[in-house]
Design a protein around this ligand. Sequence first.
Ligand SMILES: Nc1ncnc2c1ncn2[C@@H]1O[C@H](COP(=O)(O)OP(=O)(O)OP(=O)(O)O)[C@@H](O)[C@H]1O
Ligand SMILES: [Mg+2]
Length: 265
Amino acid sequence: MTKQMLDKQPREVSSKKTKSKSLPPAIQVESLSKSFGEQTVLKRISLEITQGETLAVLGRSGTGKSVLLKLIIGLHKPDAGSIRVNGAEVTNLPPKELNEVRKKVGFLFQQAALYDSLTVEENVAFPLRRHSKMSDGERNKRVHDLLASVGMDQDAHKLPAQLSGGMQKRVGLARALALDPEILLFDEPTAGLDPITAAETDDLILRLQKERHLASVVVTHDIHGARAVSDRLALLRDGEILIEGTFEDLRKSRDPFVVQFLNGS
Ligand SMILES: Nc1ncnc2c1ncn2[C@@H]1O[C@H](COP(=O)(O)OP(=O)(O)OP(=O)(O)O)[C@@H](O)[C@H]1O
Ligand SMILES: [Mg+2]
């Protein structure tokens, strides 16, 4: 291993990560920049998520957290920089190959983004119809297993408008898991939920990570949730990563913004 590669090893290596040492990072973002017109949103961001690891991304509203996730799955094109998913560069991929990458990456959108006119089960079946060659019977079984895993199998025939916000998020999560992704991107999975439902959602995320050894990025405003579900945290400010490390690392920081963010004041 070259010195350069060694330098890129994450600082925190827990036992669950050492297993995957020889694999490329699940996600590797390097010098990523994105502007919309005159507005620069992300300035040369670099981040790495190892296999099986969960990174929480924190930051104030409008700092580019959702934009970062959308760049990773190719919904936005970066102005500069590189994004590798399991070692393969995904910026500037032709649509067909980008589709292949997207199958490996589940995305839970900030607004659950369910199809209004489709029932719960049809929403979860959607990616399976589109990307898999399952028979109707196999697909139905898969959909109901997924709904059961998020506690929504009783509501399979409801329309999204008949669900609460938390229920919609759980259906969004079942849909994000449909193609058995290796990587999951969560955009504010607990925003707008009551504290008990939020804690249940965090538990669900933790359980999925344990059972499936997924790598994930969780964007959140909720510092307690971030601490509960993540191995490491990154705090964005003005389009840059102000600090990155474990919760303890962040707590040791004397930077007034970090202190203020952790205290929620
Ligand atoms: N498609 C777009 N076109 C133009 N500007 C955009 C677009 N998407 C995002 N932006 C701008 O980029 C900035 C970052 O947006 P983003 O949605 O990533 O914020 P965020 O950190 O996710 O905020 P929040 O915590 O409120 O969800 C905002 O100023 C937003 O207006
Ligand atoms: Mg957002």
